[in-house]
Design a protein around this ligand. Sequence first.
Ligand SMILES: *[C@@H]1O[C@H](CO)[C@@H](O)[C@H](O)[C@H]1NC(C)=O
Ligand SMILES: *[C@@H]1O[C@H](CO)[C@@H](O)[C@H](O)[C@H]1NC(C)=O
Ligand SMILES: *[C@@H]1O[C@H](CO)[C@@H](O)[C@H](O)[C@H]1NC(C)=O
Ligand SMILES: *[C@@H]1O[C@H](CO)[C@@H](O)[C@H](O)[C@H]1NC(C)=O
Ligand SMILES: CC(=O)N[C@H]1CO[C@H](CO)[C@@H](O)[C@@H]1O
Length: 419
Amino acid sequence: MKLSICFASLLYLAGSCSGLLAFPGAEGFGAQATGGRGGSVYVVTNLNDSGSGSFRDAVSESNRIVVFAVGGVINISSRIVVSSHVTIAGQTAPGQGITVYGNGVSYSGADNTITRYIRYRMGRSGDSGKDTITIADGANMIFDHVSVSWGRDESFSINGDVSNVTISDSIIAQGLETHSCGGLIQTDGGVSIIRTLYIDNKTRNPKVKGVNEFVNNVVYNWGGGGGYIAGDSAGPSHANIMNNVFISGPSTSVTAFTRGNENFHAYVSNNYYDPDRNGVLSGFILSPTTDNYSPIDFQSTRYPYPTVKSLLNPLDALHKVASSAGASKSRDSVDNYLINNELLTYGKVGALISDEKASPINGPGNVEGGTPPRDSDNDGIPDDYETAHGTDPHSNDSARIASNGYATIDIENYINSLV
Ligand SMILES: *[C@@H]1O[C@H](CO)[C@@H](O)[C@H](O)[C@H]1NC(C)=O
Ligand SMILES: *[C@@H]1O[C@H](CO)[C@@H](O)[C@H](O)[C@H]1NC(C)=O
Ligand SMILES: *[C@@H]1O[C@H](CO)[C@@H](O)[C@H](O)[C@H]1NC(C)=O
Ligand SMILES: *[C@@H]1O[C@H](CO)[C@@H](O)[C@H](O)[C@H]1NC(C)=O
Ligand SMILES: CC(=O)N[C@H]1CO[C@H](CO)[C@@H](O)[C@@H]1O
């Protein structure tokens, strides 16, 4: 019935029909974000901070699907503001993909955005007191396979009137000292955090308040400020915390869950904790006691939030995160270091940092630019893909309705085919 209503209405409304996912496999509160569906295709053609063909220009207007004909590091001086109804398809970039480096990105008011396979790395030159990603208001956003690091305030912060957000298969790393925060996740509008790695932040890994589902995540080497901070507030929270992994590292001096109180209502299940920093996985499942979780209000059943199709065992989640979290179509030196040299030492290596340019991180590294596939008609869909799928490589058909009934336009079928 819903499907027929979709087909009967204007094509541009098709994206808002319930049931159509942001991309195949999208999960959680933000799974139905529509992004730039129905809008135009913008091809990013250079690594410039601004101007025609730049990433900043690409996201400056609504109703766009942003694809990349270049790979490499985009140095930004001022913060970038993402508009509503935008899809950022980082997986289309050649080479090792895209790193946006030097300041942060605001998604405040960026309703209905889909962001995939891109690295946002802020750093010491970024605006003081700002986050790598900030969302102060807005609804229906999904961040998938995004690598986020080096926030001067927090790395990924959601705080305000924000609804229906998913962060899936991502890496939230190394909030810079002295604040060194993974991020606040504070809203009553619903946030899902799924198969995501929080690593090397002194505190707020994350700090959760409001409506939240935290499932199959890995938290590694949190600092003295705490791992998962359970509300620490007089405001009510309602959370599911299931099948996550907490591994202490060299910076860790407190237990995995802290600062809860009776206002934090949570269903907790099957969370694994390895506190001994001995280089092997030798942890255990936390039983639901206030010693383990701080004095929260335990629920006997999970809140009926949109959830994952496949709930992994904690150690399977750890392996999945290690192999595919972040912008992993081609990982950069930073994510490779964080995963291979820190996480997979299971407690032996890890550090909080104050300067991303210092050893061993050495900044955003060299990101190979690669060669983009030929796209004769500049419609964002390479010739080879068009030929294989029966569209004309010499005519702009990016906005055509696809025949498979799932994505509304061919460009979405193309970008979804890459990963
Ligand atoms: C291709 O068509 C779309 C939809 O009409 C349009 O937004 C876009 O600008 C066109 N691209 C080129 C390169 O002409
Ligand atoms: C990108 O920046 C380079 C170097 O500043 C400049 O030469 C070029 O014109 C810029 N490209 C565009 C499209 O503005
Ligand atoms: C970005 O800045 C670094 C130095 O911090 C420089 O090596 C690199 O060439 C710059 N990239 C571009 C695309 O300008
Ligand atoms: C959030 O998603 C739910 C379920 O799809 C929907 O009913 C609600 O209107 C959304 N909230 C906003 C602010 O869009
Ligand atoms: C959590 C934490 O310990 N924060 C740390 C984040 O990382 C920097 C670098 O180690 C540390 O200085 C902070 O203490």
